[in-house]
Design a protein around this ligand. Structure first.
Ligand SMILES: [Zn+2]
Ligand SMILES: [Zn+2]
Length: 333
């Protein structure tokens, strides 16, 4: 099968991913094999390729927003059959026995394995996944448009839940890429007022197109304070800026998987029971709930398509914030 492989971490400008011919994976007990149609790219892929996340495995096939059809079943698989269309996200497997799994926080499982990081991912014609860690994709989404739901969407949904925003309240979004362009649609469906902070005028225009009531830069002061906010950009400088315009008791959720250092903070910015919390990975329940909600709204994903062989160029475009919405690799028809 054709696959995109990362051998050595390097800046994406050096095109570290190479297209290779590899043997087809064979599904083990409890696993299914999925013929990949599309695979979305996300900042975590960028962090994996460039080594911002300590590498767990090399070579590795990246990619964890996978849409395809089951084309092989391992032993002991029930409830799924060949031909079923499924999506595969970042969470590949959890142990079920550690203290976090037992507390309903399998996203924090100490033995978790992640797609395209601990195990081969979706930048290939086939991949394998445990049957309980792939999810049916609602029929209204095409393969291309479904891909960004699987990380940008699921993580955005978890961040939205954890920031505690309620209908009618003001939600601030910092950074406006693949995740934020879905959260804004969901938040508006929940009758929230969405205020978007981003440096890029193109992204501000995009946010206004999707119904932001106000857009500006992080250092600007919006007309009303925020009840909750989510930072998607990996910039620690944004934390004091967001706290500056957050109401008492508001929660600031940090949705990036990495972040530059957070500057020293005057306690008055945090006082009055403001909460800063990070968002790490997601659970199977997040995935199932979100895909259902995505179909109910229904969310519209904006995508830019690349061929599988253009994975390096796609990551370069992602790094430079040149993609409107989400970047998606087309692997097979
Ligand atoms: Zn566990
Ligand atoms: Zn991701």
């Amino acid at each position: 099968m054709r696959a995109i492989v990362l051998d050595q971490i390097a800046a994406v400008e050096e095109s570290p991913l190479s297209l290779r011919d590899l043997p087809m994976p064979i599904p083990g007990p409890g696993q299914v094999r999925v013929k990949v149609h599309t695979c979305g790219l996300c900042h975590t892929d960028l962090h994996t390729v460039e080594g911002d996340l300590a590498p767990h495995r090399r070579p590795v096939i990246p990619g964890h927003q996978i849409v395809g059809r089951i084309d092989g079943l391992g032993s002991k698989v029930s409830g799924l059959k060949e031909g079923d269309r499924v999506g595969i996200p970042w969470l590949h497997w959890t142990c079920g026995g550690c203290e976090f799994c037992r507390r309903g926080l399998e996203n924090l499982c100490v033995n978790a394995k992640f797609t395209g990081y601990d195990v081969d991912g979706g930048c290939a014609e086939c991949t394998v996944v445990p049957a309980e860690y792939c999810y049916p994709i609602p029929g209204l989404f095409s393969d291309e448009h479904a891909a960004p739901l699987l990380c940008a969407g699921i993580i955005g949904y978890r961040a939205y839940r954890l920031c505690g925003i309620r209908p009618g309240e003001n939600l601030g979004l910092y950074g406006f890429g693949a995740s934020a362009h879905l959260v804004i649609q969901f938040a508006r469906h929940q009758k929230c007022n969405v205020l978007v902070f981003t440096r890029d005028e193109g992204h501000r225009a995009h946010a206004r197109d999707l119904g932001a009531v106000w857009t500006g830069r992080a250092e600007d002061t919006p007309p009303e304070l925020l009840h909750a906010a989510i930072i998607f950009a990996p910039a620690g400088d944004l934390v004091p800026e967001a706290l500056r315009v957050l109401r008492k008791a508001g929660t600031l959720a940090l949705a990036g998987i990495t972040m530059s250092q957070i500057p020293a903070l005057d306690y008055s910015r945090l006082y009055d029971e403001r909460v800063v919390r990070s968002v790490a990975n997601s659970t199977r329940q997040d995935a199932r709930e979100f895909l259902q909600v995505a179909a109910e709204v229904p969310l519209k994903t904006e995508i830019q398509l690349f061929d599988l062989s253009e994975a390096n160029q796609a990551l370069q475009a992602l790094k430079k914030s040149e993609i409107r919405g989400a970047g998606v690799l087309r692997v097979a028809a």
